[in-house]
Design a protein around this ligand. Sequence first.
Ligand SMILES: [Fe+2]
Length: 248
Amino acid sequence: MEVLAPEALIDDLRGVLRGRYPVHPVRQLLLGGELTREQLQGWAKNQFHEFRNIHRFFGIRYQKCPIQALRRMLLENMVEEEGEDLFGGEYPSHAELWTRFGEGLGIPREEMQGYEPLPGIKAALEMYVQLVQQSHWAVAIGTGLVFEGEGPKRMGEERQALETNYPWIPSEALAFFRAHEYHDEGHGDFIVEVIKEHIMDAGLQEEMRAAVRTRVDIMWLQNESIYQAFVRPQLSPEAAGRLEAAAN
Ligand SMILES: [Fe+2]
């Protein structure tokens, strides 16, 4: 098996990502401002399941990592998740920021916190925890390329779409997105550096590629679960057909 040079490997992984992460119907509608308030609420309540359980995979990455300098970066990332206010910073935990986003959408705090996610959403989280658990330590960090690595772009896109197309959402409710636009810039670089430095043999590169594919599938499953439960039943067959064709 061929071993790719660092830059070529990153390009290759981003290619896997783009090849398998077409714009899902839920994202097309979200970004286009076409979700109803109830559909946005369904999206937010289900997305919360991963955002409130980040410790389950971040903790594994930290515990597995043999290099102290990298563990410090992972720890910093975990502090952001659990709340920078722990060390006098501005932001509370990301779960709290998401809860406030939900309040901005009209979801009472208790409803968000007590919500029972869709089965596919629960399965997706378990798949991701298992992927990180089973992977080589550097691959476990590298799977972040799919979400955190694309994070600033993705979060910026979502914030802009929410601001422009859903002007009834109060601006302060979007702090979750602003926090990630800012932080994920650094996390993306960190992930890319770990991949370039520590995934430099053929077997690990293959493991990394497969892990990126699985992470993309997990995100697809999350979007698909939300789409089938809250969105598709309200679309005309023609509209659903158009969206689904564009996603394949
Ligand atoms: Fe976060």
